[in-house]
Each structure stands twice: as C-alpha cells, then as structure tokens.
Unconditional design. Structure first.
Length: 646
C-alpha cells in the first residue's frame, strides 16, 4: 500500500497499474482523491497521503509520504478514527493561519505492515504484546489459545488484518534473533519456485553466442574482495601504457529483465542484507553467487567502463561503457593484496606476475586520485564493526575492520566508474547527499565545544570541518568526532535529479558498480544501455516511474540497514545477559537526551543505556557495571563511574 501511495504522490503511469491496484485506483478516482491526466494518476492537489504520527490529546501530525514538505497538523475532531501508525489519505485545510493543517478522509492501511509480538506474563496472566513497546499487539487471541503458547513465544504479526501469521520461536533461543529482525520488514531468504526456475534455466556463458560483445578475455582482470565474499560484482585491470582503467561489472541486466519474476522479487528486496554469519541476497544464489558473479577462470558477461586518464591533471580524458565478455585471471582477497603491497607476497603463476606488474602502478594513480578528491570531499573515519558468532549464533568476539591500502585502491576505482556513469544522463537514479543545514551545524559545534574543542568558523564548511578533524586527531578522538560530524549531515539517498554528493565532494554521482546486491545499480545499467542503443522505448520504461522508484529504494536501504544494526544489538544483549554484575571499560557516546556509552573492552561496540553516573561528559572513558538486560527490546542497562573510583 505504501508503495502505491508513493507512486500516486509523484505520478503513476497507467501502464504500471497492477490488476490488484485497479479497484483502488477506480475508487479513489471516483472520490476525486486522485486525477488522471496524460496517462498519469496522481493525487489531487487538495489531498495528501502519509503516516499518522504521534497522537496526543486527540491531535496528530501527518508525515507526508514522498515529499520533502512540512508535516500537516490534524486537529481534534478531524482524526476519522485513525490510529497512530495508520496510512491515511488526508484533505488539506486551506485558508487558515498557523501550521499547515489537514483532516483524515480515509484510513487505507497500517504504515508498518508487519510487527513482532511475544507472550509475556502480566499479573499472572499471559498476554501477547509488541516486542519493542510491550503494548498489546493488536491481535485478538482467545483465552483457550494461550494454553498452547509458552512464555516467551515469538510471533510475526500481520498488522493489516490483525492476525498471527507465523510462530518464529521462543525469545530464549538465540536462533530466533534472525527471524525477528527479518519478520518486522517481511524479509525472507527463500525465493518462490518460479523465480528459482528462471534463475536455474540459464546456460553457462558461451562466447560464440555473443558476437556483438567486446571480447576482453585476454585482458588480465582480477577481483579483490573480502575473504568471505561469494558474490563478485567488480573486476579491474590497469593498462599502464595507455593510462586506461577498465572496471568490469557483473552484467546482471542481461539475465534480469523488466517485468519478470526475478525482477519483481529484486525490486521488492532492493538490497542484499549482510548479517555477521550470512547474507540474504537480492538475487537468487544461482545468479548472485554463480552466473553473474565474476568468478576466476571462467567467462562472464560484463558491463565495462573503459576510462582513460590524463595523469598530469588526474582528469578523465575520455571514457566509454559497453557490453563485454571478460575472464578474471585471479580472485584475490584484501589481505593478499595488502601482503603484496607490503612486499610480503610473490607471484606464483604467470597470471599473478602480470597482475602484480600493474597493481603498484594503479595504486599510485588511485592514491593520487584520493589526495585530489579529499581537497574537496571529506575523509570520515567511522569504525565498521565486525561481529563473530559461534554455531548457535552466540557472540564470541568483535573487532573493528581496518581500511587498508587494498580497500582504498578498489574504492577509488569504483568511485571513478560511478562518477563516469552519473555523467551519462541528466535524469535517472543519482546518489545524492545534501550539505548539512545551519541548525544541525550549530548543534554539532555546541557538542564539540562541550568536549573542549575551540570551534573557529572558517570561510568554507570544508575548512571548518578539516580544522575540527585536526583537533580531533590531537585529542585521539578521530572516529568519535567523525561520527558526530556524520550525524549532523543529511542522509544520503537516491533521487531522479542530480543534487551533488556533499560527503564525496562530487558534482555528480550514482551507483553503478554493485548490481548483484543493489537494485539502483541495475536500473543505472538499463538506462545506460538504452542511451547507448538509442532505445527510446527502453529508456522511457526505465524513467517512467523513476521518482517513486528512487523513494522506494531509499526506504528499502534504510530497512536493510536497520535489520543489520538491530541483529547485532540482539547479539550484544544476549552476551550482556551472561555478564550481569561484571565491570567493563566503556566510552560515553551520547549525553542528550539520555546518557549512552559503548563498550571498549574484550567486547567492543555494544551500546549501553546508562542509568546512574558521576557527572560524566561526552567521550569520557569510564567503567560500567552491567545491571540488567531486556532481551526482547535488545537493550543493555549499566551504571557508569569514573575509572579508578571504588
């Protein structure tokens, strides 16, 4: 339902109305909620769709969907029996002074389609409550049904019809954590039979069947990925004699066609989800880990950017993108390339000799590109936490991932290809990142002043932030201060019109290099192919609902991120429950509105809610005593004290 409302906010082409949506469209057209002009269905200017926000004393705000606009105030008497979290259509109330107002016309569903509930005992009676709030779960359960359930049983709940959809397990079982985080967004690992059937129907690549593709199989491409990676999106080759970088990307669009079963599922998922112990892929594994993946020593279809660089100016002198066949000569992991760059790994084969010949030359180029990039863009250090689990998915240890020379080499190759892709179109899918607003900057400066920084506002924001980062380095708080700076910024998102990328300092940017795990990249591939082939019909299809697609993908990205973060929080909580009363080292990471800390001990990264403290300040190192853990809410509570205090 939410997807339909987004489409109607920005405009839904009549060709894209599904059979299931048609009755609603006709009904809303008759009620004049929407208009139909030039083959486009769109909300009448008098109406808005959105989510009902917090209800207080019979009033609420409508969080408008699909528009960067102010929330609409809904007065007492104009609620139409709507509840907090409902998806609603509202009529704007015009001509009144004060905050923009509206009244609810129709409730069309729940904003959160699925939630998770569990059985808890209250006052000696079993009740089904929401896992996060402990409020009643909104499901009618007959008294005799409770006899079948045990305390702690966990359920997936369909909020649209108020029914239990599935029993997930029991809250005591660590294996239920994965099911909980996936159920709240209706995510699943399994693919339908028709999707798997299509994914299994493709043959191995036979170069003779692709006479129109450029044959690059003799070029010594290689892939460089994490040691645990199974899906290889990108391969690189540096032609030093011609100062040309080749970035070969898995050609997913050759296999995943618009309107097909795989495409429909890929749109629904939009992103692969990465948990500490496994991934939930966007595409069936027959494609993501096999046929599309740029595995070594086999022919693969690839969409290649050939980028010629002027090494004097570090500018792209020319570039072209085309369909090709490549043959990766070697699959490396980051650790191997770091060893080689440190002089601790020698070539064992002719292929490795060739690759090791060009990699150091490419490294000099990417180092120079990064240096130039950081004159305009930013180098933020945000610690990426890696979590390790045992066979029962219990936490064993954590560590921060290091960005090493091999990571930096690949990153700047991919950034260059993404930039070149964005230069090919004026309307499509851009990755945009707007600058922070003044209100957020003022809050940032106040927080930094509170930890003893002297904030000197320079002529440009770049100079100001660079000076802040210098002070942070002297205080040994680089990652912490960078995290604050990142929080002060707007969230990066997808948009149909370019608005630049503040963090990277790029005037134009998109995502081109990961179509196996991001749907945005697949759309960019389709658009670039349509442009190259002068295919106005295909181009028209790609762009037809690009506004709604950009909004939907941005939302799916936030869902995937939430799942990954919440899963780790659940693992931290289970670990902490085994260490109640013990003392650990931690660092204060937040003081407003509540004091929070993060473990910096044998386990790092666990977030703590501080219940008692001795006047601690932001980023102060403290000792914490773990007091209690709420496994259902995945929250850890602790007392903090100055280091050395008894």
């Amino acid at each position: 339902m939410k997807s339909l409302l987004i489409h109607l906010t920005v405009g839904l082409n009549e060709q894209d109305v599904s059979q299931e949506q048609r009755p609603l469209i006709n009904d809303w057209l008759a009620k004049k909620y929407i208009t139909h002009k030039e083959n486009l269905y769109q909300f009448n200017s008098k109406y808005r769709a959105g989510t009902l926000g917090i209800v207080q004393k019979g009033t609420a705000y409508l969080n408008v969907i699909g528009e960067l606009t102010r929330d609409l105030f809904i007065d007492e008497g104009d609620m139409h029996n709507a509840r907090e979290g409902d998806l609603i259509i509202a009529q704007r109330i015009l001509g009144k002074r004060g905050a923009p107002k509206a009244k609810v016309i129709e409730v069309v569903g729940r904003a959160v389609s699925y939630s998770v509930g569990y059985i808890m005992i209250k006052e000696g009676h079993k009740s089904l409550v929401d896992l996060k709030t402990e409020y009643p779960a909104g499901v009618e359960v007959e008294p005799h049904e409770f006899e079948r359930y045990e305390e702690g049983d966990v359920f997936k709940i369909n909020n649209q019809n108020g029914t239990i959809e599935e029993k997930l397990g029991n809250i005591k079982d660590p294996l239920v954590d994965e099911k909980i985080v996936l159920a709240q967004f209706n995510k699943h690992d399994e693919f339908e039979e028709d999707v798997l059937e299509i994914a299994s129907s493709f043959s191995e690549v036979d170069a003779s069947k692709y006479p129109n593709r450029k044959d690059l199989r003799k070029l010594p491409f290689c892939t460089i990925d994490p040691v645990t990676a199974k899906d290889y999106d990108d391969a690189i080759y540096w032609d030093d004699a011609n100062t040309t970088l080749y970035v070969g990307i898995a050609d997913v669009s050759e296999y995943v066609k618009p309107f097909g079963a795989i495409d429909n599922e890929a749109i629904y998922r939009s992103f692969s989800i990465y948990l500490p112990h496994r991934s939930i892929p966007m595409l069936p594994r027959q494609l993501s880990e096999t046929l599309c993946s740029l595995q070594p020593h086999v022919d693969r279809l690839s969409y290649v950017f050939e980028i010629k660089l002027d090494l004097a100016s570090l500018e792209v002198s020319s570039s072209k993108v085309y369909e090709a066949i490549i043959h990766s000569h070697r699959r490396f992991n980051y650790e191997e390339i770091d060893e080689f760059l440190e002089g601790n790994l020698e070539a064992k084969t002719k292929d490795e000799e060739t690759i090791f010949e060009y990699l150091p030359k490419l490294k000099k180029v990417t180092d120079a590109l990064k240096k130039k990039r950081l004159k305009v863009g930013y180098d933020f250090r945000s610690n990426e936490l890696e979590m390790f689990l045992d066979e029962n998915t219990n936490l064993t240890h954590t560590e921060y991932a290091e960005e090493t020379p091999s990571h930096a080499l690949i990153e700047d190759c991919m950034l260059l290809a993404n930039k070149e892709a964005a230069a090919q179109f004026d309307r499509g899918i851009f990755r945009i990142h707007e600058p922070p607003n003044q209100m957020k900057l003022q809050k940032l400066y106040q927080e930094l002043a509170g930890i003893g920084m002297s904030i000197d506002i320079k002529d440009s924001l770049k100079e100001t932030i660079t000076e802040i980062q210098k002070q942070a380095k002297m205080m040994d708080l680089q990652a912490e201060v960078d995290t604050l700076i990142i929080r002060s910024q707007m969230q990066a998102r997808y948009a149909p019109i370019n608005a630049g990328h503040f963090g990277l300092g790029f005037e134009r940017y998109t995502h081109f290099t990961s179509p196996i795990r991001r749907y945005s990249d697949l759309i960019v591939h389709r658009l670039l192919k349509a442009i190259a082939n002068n295919d106005t019909q295909e181009g028209s299809y790609v762009l037809r609902n690009i506004e709604a697609l950009s909004l939907t993908i941005s939302e799916k990205e936030r869902e995937a991120s939430t799942i990954e973060v919440e899963y780790m929080a659940r693992k931290f909580a289970r670990w902490a429950s085994e260490h109640i009363g013990e003392t650990f080292k931690a660092r204060i990471t937040g003081t407003d509105p509540e004091i929070q800390a993060e473990l910096h001990d044998e386990i790092i990264g666990a977030r703590l809610n501080i219940t008692g403290h001795d006047n601690v300040v932001l980023f102060e190192d403290v000792e914490v005593i773990l007091e209690r853990v709420d496994i259902a809410k995945a929250k850890i509570y602790a007392k903090a004290r100055k280091i050395g205090d008894a």
